[in-house]
Design a protein around this ligand. Structure first.
Ligand SMILES: [Zn+2]
Length: 423
């Protein structure tokens, strides 16, 4: 179903001009109204009945395709998340999650509150089908009927949304977590309703660490606290899943603290890069090169960017602040990344502080001596590097948290190879 064919169908059913119908539809689509809902609004505007013209088929989930405009299903509700979206200038509360039957699972969006919960078995009549990220999704709207099924629908999938961090993927909704808040900071941002305060930081459990944003700060989100969080949704942030809390999320303190993973998953660089990014990953590789822009550098005091010939890209001619950093190319035979090492770790690797680096540069009358010293220490060596990987059109960058000589420990090598084989 596309806009054009829907407009044509509506125009002939309602006896009105196709261009007018199409303009109405497009206006609604701009507000993220699904096509099915938009078509119903346009039908009502022109005095047609809001129901579809054909009787939908009753189908198993696995048989639903975007070819159908609407279907009847008997399903179990796996998850239900609540979220507010802006719809034609007003805030509208929607419910979203996953439904399942014995044949499979499907995402849904409910545009009104039908009163069902995760775990309920339902008979749903006349649910609209739309395409969402390449897969069919069910839309429950004004013309949809929802009633409890006589019998529990058997499903193979976990019901209720309780999840480990490692299992979260972008697009997940209505998930519940038991986590420790590892880092949290408060920020003021320009929201759609003016300035608003949000929290962001890092959540951890035994399986993984992930970044989070709390759009409606909850007081129990506190550094070091172990909490149960219900009803979060997951988005992609720099290629890795990111947990989002909304006004509908609930946070309750846990009496026992949640254990936290102290190691990151170890992957080959190829696997990590192919993943599109990872918030916390460990790689094992050789430093092939210490790139230009390493060693003693100058940063803009306003924005922190590294100055090029004394100039900031944004702020022009500024009095630079001295800093130390390393941009090293690390390769493990499968692929390479640029490891970006910050001030503190660079001091450790260099073996001295910024003042000493400046002194060395003064003596040699060349800043490059600092990068040269670092080059001599690193290039050719094997290192275990842990950090946040982001991948964009310019390449793969690993923001380094830990940087250690891998040594010749055969056990460590074996672990690396195993991690590669297991994926
Ligand atoms: Zn600047």
């Amino acid at each position: 179903m596309d806009v054009d064919s829907t407009a044509e169908e509506l125009a002939s059913a309602l006896g009105v001009d196709k261009q007018e119908v199409k303009a109405d539809l497009e206006a609604l689509l701009e507000f993220d109204v699904p096509l099915e809902e938009a078509a119903q609004s346009v039908r009502r505007k022109h005095g047609g009945s809001s129901g579809g013209s054909t009787t939908p088929d009753t189908l198993e989930i696995a048989s639903i395709t975007t070819e159908q405009s609407s279907v009847n299903v008997t399903v179990r509700v796996l998850t239900q998340g609540t979220r507010t979206i802006r719809y034609q200038g007003d805030d509208q509360t929607i419910r979203e999650g996953k439904l399942a039957d014995e044949s499979g699972t499907i995402s849904y969006t409910a545009w009104q509150d039908f009163g069902f919960e995760a775990g309920d078995s339902l008979v749903i009549g006349n649910a609209g089908v739309r395409e969402w990220e390449g897969s069919p999704e069910l839309n429950l709207g004004q013309s949809t009927t929802v009633s409890m099924a006589d019998e529990t629908v058997d499903v193979d999938n976990p019901v209720g949304g309780d999840s480990d961090l490692i299992d979260l993927a972008p697009g997940d909704r209505g998930r519940n977590l038991a986590v420790t808040v590892q880092e949290v900071e408060s920020r003021t941002i320009d929201g759609r309703d003016g300035e608003t305060t949000i929290l962001s930081g890092v959540l951890a459990d035994e399986t993984a660490r992930l970044p989070f944003t709390d759009w409606n700060p909850h007081p129990d989100i506190d550094e070091g606290a172990s909490v149960r969080i219900e009803d979060v949704y997951v988005r992609e942030f720099r290629g890795s899943p990111s947990v989002n809390l909304s006004e509908f999320s609930t946070v309750s303190p846990l009496s026992e603290s949640v254990a936290v993973a102290d190691s990151a998953p170890q992957l080959s660089i190829r696997e990590a890069v192919d993943n599109g990014g990872l918030f916390d990953v460990e790689i094992l590789g050789n430093v092939l090169e210490v790139r230009d822009g390493s060693g003693l550098i100058e940063r803009c005091p306003e924005c922190g960017r590294v100055l090029q010939n004394g100039q900031c890209r944004t702020h022009g001619d500024v009095e630079g602040e001295d800093d130390l950093r390393i941009k090293a190319i690390v390769d493990d035979g499968t692929a390479s990344v640029t490891a970006i090492v910050g001030t503190d770790l660079t001091k450790e690797i260099y073996g001295d502080d910024i003042a000493a680096a400046k002194e060395a540069a003064r003596e040699a009358m060349d800043k490059e001596v600092v990068a040269e010293t670092i080059r001599e220490k690193l290039v050719g060596g094997a290192y275990r590097v842990r950090g946040s990987l982001s991948v964009d059109e310019y390449g793969a960058n690993l923001n380094v948290q830990e940087f250690e000589a891998a040594g010749d420990d055969p056990a460590e090598r074996a672990t690396a190879v195993l991690a590669e084989v297991r994926q």
